[in-house]
Design a protein around this ligand. Structure first.
Ligand code: SF4
Ligand code: SF4
Length: 142
C-alpha cells in the first residue's frame, strides 16, 4: 500500500483507501525520542514536558521513550492531501498504512502518560530514585 498520505498532486485517494476517513492524523503530530529516565534530571524533564499543553509521553512496544507533540505539518492541504508530496521528507516516505498504529495491532504502546500524576505513579511503581539516580525495580511491571 502507498505511503501516507498517498495523495499525489491531484489530492485523490481511492474511496476505500484507509486514509480517506482519517483526517491525516499522522501528519498532525511529531514524536521525538527521549532518554529513559536514568537520573533525576531526566525524570524532571519528563515532568516538564507533561506540564505543557498538547504534549504526551509514551513508551513504545520496543520500550523506547518518546515525547509526542500535537502540532500539524505546514503542508497539509485543504483535502488533507500532502502539498509537497514529491518532496516530502524521508520519514513521511517510510511511514504508511503498513505501519500505521491505527491498522497495526503490534504497534500498541506499552505505556502512555498525559499528566505528571500518571507519570509519577507509573514511575513510583517501576523505579527507585536514590542519590539522584533512577533504577528499575526488579518487582516492577516491566
Ligand atoms: S497512515 Fe494511518 S494515521 Fe496516517 S492518514 Fe493513513 S490511516 Fe490515518
Ligand atoms: S510533508 Fe506531507 S506527508 Fe509529511 S507530514 Fe506533511 S503533509 Fe504529511
Amino acid at each position: 500500500m502507498d505511503n501516507k498520505p498517498a495523495k499525489s498532486g491531484n489530492g485523490k485517494l481511492h474511496k476505500k483507501h484507509p486514509c480517506v476517513k482519517c483526517n491525516a492524523a499522522c501528519c498532525r503530530y511529531i514524536a521525538i525520542e527521549i532518554p529513559e529516565p536514568k537520573d533525576i534530571s531526566d525524570f524532571e524533564l519528563v515532568k516538564w514536558y507533561l506540564d505543557h499543553e498538547k504534549v504526551t509521553v509514551y513508551i513504545d512496544e520496543d520500550m523506547d521513550w518518546f515525547a509526542h507533540v500535537e502540532v500539524q505539518c505546514k503542508h497539509i492541504g485543504k483535502q488533507n492531501e500532502c502539498r509537497i508530496y514529491e518532496k516530502r521528507s524521508q520519514i513521511c516516505r517510510e511511514y504508511g498504512v503498513h505501519e500505521c498504529e491505527r491498522y497495526d495491532p503490534d504497534s500498541l504502546n506499552f505505556a502512555e502518560f498525559s499528566s505528571t500524576n500518571e507519570f509519577e505513579l507509573f514511575f513510583s511503581q517501576n523505579y527507585n530514585i536514590k542519590n539522584g539516580k533512577c533504577k528499575k525495580k526488579k518487582s516492577g511491571s516491566y
